[in-house]
Design a protein around this ligand. Structure first.
Ligand code: XBP
Ligand code: MG
Length: 272
């Protein structure tokens, strides 16, 4: 069985819980800038999140909720311009430290860095959004800026098909020059689970986020409510093929640490 060599992280909902108070707010700010009376409420945005990609999400909203809207320019240009405004709002919010990393993320990233485990990102969001989020995170003095901890950042329109298609995870694996069996993936959503499993990443950890708590994510190896911290209550196990054998390792560790990820990697390899 190959050793664990890399961890591939999703971004939105996984590294940080960005959708409700980040992306959704940025979309609404862009609509206001454009003089549109569109307002994506928390519930409506939760429905639209089934579509990955901000431009694709706007297109779906138009088709389903604004069928009579006629843009003043070709539709593709209109959507692209609106999405660029949204990204400007979002990156400004992130740079200002609007939304920090989820609990345990920096701890796990640092543990992986210290152990020589390579780090990668596979996300549907726009690359500028990843940079803005990571640039606002303070790291210990002798470490490089957080963005430089990730050897590979596969993000946004670089693949023909977005999640749940496997393309973005397959691209991250290709850029790492690693087989899926040498990696663990971390996701938060059903689209992300289908994408990672489709790329052969059976060692898949899910940390549910505010919009994905009620999704059926049990095809992953392990589903928990978060990575946890050593001085906080241990993560709740919510499901997954490795839930039973992993329960003891999680209880002993008190959080998802590198040893737990190595155990998950072994469990998934044994099951495949
Ligand atoms: C989440 C997405 C993205 C964001 C919005 O990506 O589906 O579309 O919601 O970002 P992931 P953009 O969970 O894969 O990180 O507007 O830049 O698409
Ligand atoms: Mg996500």
């Amino acid at each position: 069985m190959p050793e664990l060599e890399a961890i591939i992280f999703d971004v939105d909902g996984t590294l940080a819980d960005t959708e409700r108070d980040g992306h959704r707010v940025a979309f609404n700010a862009a609509f206001a800038d454009a003089g549109l009376d569109w307002e994506w409420s928390v519930p409506l945005y939760g429905e639209l999140l089934r579509v990955t990609g901000g431009k694709e999400r706007i297109r779906t909203y138009l088709a389903e909720h604004r069928p009579d809207f006629v843009p003043s320019e070709p539709l593709d240009d209109f959507i692209r311009g609106l999405h660029q405004r949204k990204t400007a709002h979002y990156t400004q919010m992130m740079r200002a430290g609007g939304i920090g990393l989820r609990p345990g993320v920096l701890r796990l990233l640092r543990e992986a860095m210290d152990a020589g485990i390579r780090l990668a990102i596979a996300t549907t969001t726009t690359p500028a959004n990843v940079s803005a989020l990571l640039s606002a995170v303070a790291v210990p003095g002798h470490y490089p800026a957080l963005e430089h901890w990730f050897e590979v950042v596969a993000a946004g329109d670089v693949v023909p098909a977005k999640k749940p298609a496997p393309d973005i995870f397959s691209l991250a694996l290709a850029q790492l020059e690693l087989p899926a069996t040498a990696c663990v993936a971390v996701e938060d959503s059903d689209n992300g689970v289908r994408s990672a499993l489709g790329a052969g990443l059976d060692a898949l950890l899910v940390t549910v986020s505010s919009y994905t708590q009620d999704q059926d994510l049990g095809d992953a190896a392990l589903v928990v409510d978060g990575l946890g911290e050593p001085d906080a209550p241990p993560p709740r196990v919510l499901g997954g093929g490795c839930a039973d054998p992993m329960a003891a390792a999680l209880r002993d560790a008190g959080c998802v640490d590198l040893a737990v990820l190595r155990a998950l990697h072994r469990c998934a390899a044994a099951g495949s």
